[in-house]
Ligand binder design. Structure first.
Ligand code: IMP
Ligand code: MG
Length: 178
């Protein structure tokens, strides 16, 4: 894939959105300790910025799932690649995800984490492609909705490339089936 990345969401726009999410989450969890769980790999850059906007006590952990190979379409089968390090039983948990496409990953994660009896479990998602949902998922804190394009940058990859772009853009893929 040698195509160009066409800018869609600027660095400033991303940071404004993350600041607003941070404000909202900090005020809603006031007086509590929040266990922020990032979904690897896509969410790590977003999570790093988000937690620095939280003014409440925060603990962090990560979980990794895979649904995509090197292509751009969900395989439909979600696998747990790497589990949390700590128990979330009785804790206030916020699951942080980069993007919801079909929603299958988030659905799998919510089912998996609810079984572990957290006190509460909410979701914070930077980007949502509402036209693509195949599963019912509840997004409690949403950054922005995006069109059905294959997005890269700010943690999002195409075949592990482009995660380091400070902005979000899309790539035109010859083999992308809409
Ligand atoms: P879902 O299970 O179809 O909702 O897909 C969720 C995961 O697929 C996300 O956590 C991303 O890692 C990846 N993903 C979905 N859409 C995109 C995209 O446009 N660019 C890069 N990765 C994506
Ligand atoms: Mg990915």
């Amino acid at each position: 894939m040698n195509g160009n990345v066409i800018p869609l969401i600027s660095e400033d726009e991303i940071h404004g959105t993350v600041r607003e999410l941070g404000r909202q989450i900090s005020s809603e969890y006031d007086g509590k300790v929040l266990h922020v769980v990032g979904v690897l790999k896509g969410a790590w850059i977003f999570m790093a910025d988000l937690v620095r906007r939280l003014t409440i006590p925060v603990k962090t952990d990560f979980i990794a799932v895979a649904s995509y190979g090197s292509g751009t379409e969900s395989s439909g089968t979600i696998t747990l690649v790497s589990d949390l390090r700590d128990s979330i039983e009785g804790k206030e948990v916020l699951l942080v995800e980069d993007i919801v496409d079909t929603g299958l990953s988030l659905q799998f994660l919510l089912e998996t984490l609810w079984e572990r009896k957290p006190q509460s479990l909410k979701t914070c998602v930077l980007l949502d492609k509402p036209d693509r949902h195949a599963a019912e998922v509840n997004i409690d804190y949403l950054g922005m909705t995006v069109p059905d394009r294959f997005l890269v940058g700010y943690g999002l990859d195409y075949d592990e490339q482009f995660r380091n772009l400070p902005y979000i853009g899309y790539i035109e893929l010859k083999n992308h089936i809409d």
